[in-house]
Write a protein that binds this ligand. Structure first.
Ligand SMILES: Cc1cc2nc3c(=O)[nH]c(=O)nc-3n(C[C@H](O)[C@H](O)[C@H](O)COP(=O)(O)O)c2cc1C
Length: 387
């Protein structure tokens, strides 16, 4: 459903329901929305543009919202093309329109658009305000809440935070279910912004000084109620604390023996009353594996040995976790090999590059198939990880 914000602030974003991969790597089965907004006052302000995939629909929404008026300012929160693709086009269509950004925005802008906007640039700094009539925009820098030039805008009269990629969520808005916000927002957060927890914490500190009634992100639904819920989740996620108590059992198996052992292990963990999430690493999208790994406080990685290394899907998952700054967790290891099992040693080498990872003992070694000795090792590992 198209978000309703207020009489003066209109949503002009567009749903993209036939995109295959967001950022060329994240499957988005429910699509994604490119959010953009117009503020109608004595001056007219457009808050960001949209992806090139959505240009025509966005221009139609813009035209309807403007209802014959012109644009005085375009606020550029973030230069990534899923929001910024139409800056050049808009600047050409509205030659008197000024562009609002920060120093870094205007350093990068010419890399994307080969038009000279020098005499149309309004460079804003931390906390600066711009009155546009009844509404006053206040700008706060949010460097590395994805990219270095990111900034957020707080509209003082209606208490709206335009939060850039912060508080974003995968999923088109047409069928959005706000009651299930956390699942796809979590996958979005850890895969898109997760590496930059410290920067998100800095932004949350700034946001805490503002009286916020509405959050307008650049993807996903506009948030109007229970803001504390969303902000608390962001605080948990960005401080790398686990959101839930439980053990993710993630397995990568070629011929099924490691899978069978992982399933047995999961059953045994469940019997202790501990929550378990079982994931087949070879058949689950990596972005979901990453989401689960960050969501829970413990994880057991089970992998076959493969050509003197780790079976590739597990190795790939570990490299993704490394790239997302995975930390502060307890990990158990289970390996399988028919002649020289080394998967656990190799997995540990990758885990050793991450901060504050505790590898629980014992490390379980399977020689081809599970047997009583393996079950005994499992019992010992579960006892260690559920103490
Ligand atoms: C392509 C390939 C390479 C393998 N390389 C090794 C290896 O380097 N060392 C080893 O001990 N086992 C190796 N194995 C054997 C498997 O790790 C072993 O059979 C294991 O039990 C497979 O577990 P799974 O049934 O869960 O796939 C390899 C198997 C395949 C198919």
């Amino acid at each position: 459903m198209k978000p309703e914000i207020s009489n003066d602030i209109l949503y002009i974003g567009v749903d993209d329901t036939d995109i295959d991969l967001f950022e060329s790597q994240y499957p988005v089965p429910d699509g994604v929305s490119y959010n953009s907004y117009v503020i109608l006052d004595e001056k007219v302000v457009v808050m960001d543009t949209v992806d090139a995939r959505a240009t025509d629909a966005w221009l139609a929404n813009l035209k309807a919202a403007l209802n014959g008026r012109t644009i005085d300012y375009l606020v550029i929160s973030h230069l990534e093309p899923d929001h910024a693709a139409n800056i050049g086009r808009l600047a050409e269509m509205y030659p008197d329109m000024k562009l609002i950004g920060n120093q870094k925005t205007f350093t990068m802008l010419p890399q994307f658009f080969h038009i000279d906007t020098t005499d149309r640039q309004v460079v804003v700094t931390e906390g600066e305000t711009l009155s546009i009539g009844k509404h006053t925009l206040q700008f706060f820098m949010a460097p590395m809440v994805h990219w270095p030039e990111v900034m957020v805008t707080y509209e003082q009269s209606e208490k709206i935070l335009f939060s850039a990629d912060g508080f974003g969520k995968f999923g088109a808005l047409a069928n959005d279910d706000i009651t299930d916000w956390a699942c796809e927002a979590r996958r979005y957060y850890f895969n898109i912004v997760g590496k930059y927890g410290t920067s998100v914490q800095a932004l949350l500190k700034k946001a805490a000084t503002l009286d916020i009634a509405t959050i307008c992100p650049l993807h996903g639904p506009v948030l109007k109620e229970n803001l504390g819920y969303y902000i608390n989740l962001y605080d948990t996620w960005s401080s790398y604390r686990a959101e839930k108590s439980g053990i993710v059992v993630a397995y990568a198996s070629i011929h099924g023996n490691t899978a069978a052992a992982a399933k047995k292990l999961a059953e045994m963990i469940e019997q202790t009353g501990t929550k378990v999430e079982l994931c087949d690493v070879t058949r689950t999208m990596v972005s979901e594996l990453i989401e689960s790994a960050f969501e829970y406080d413990r994880m057991i990685l089970a992998a076959a040995t493969y050509d003197g290394g780790i079976f590739s899907p597990m190795e790939d998952f570990l490299h993704h976790l490394q790239a997302k700054g995975f930390k502060n967790r307890t990990i158990g290891l289970m390996e399988n090999g028919s002649w020289a099992p080394v998967a656990a040693k190799k997995m540990r080498e990758i885990l050793d590059t991450m901060q504050n990872i505790t590898v629980a003992e014992p490390v379980i070694t399977i020689k081809s198939t599970m047997n009583d000795a393996v079950i005994a090792q499992m019992e010992a590992l579960i006892s260690e990880m559920t103490r």
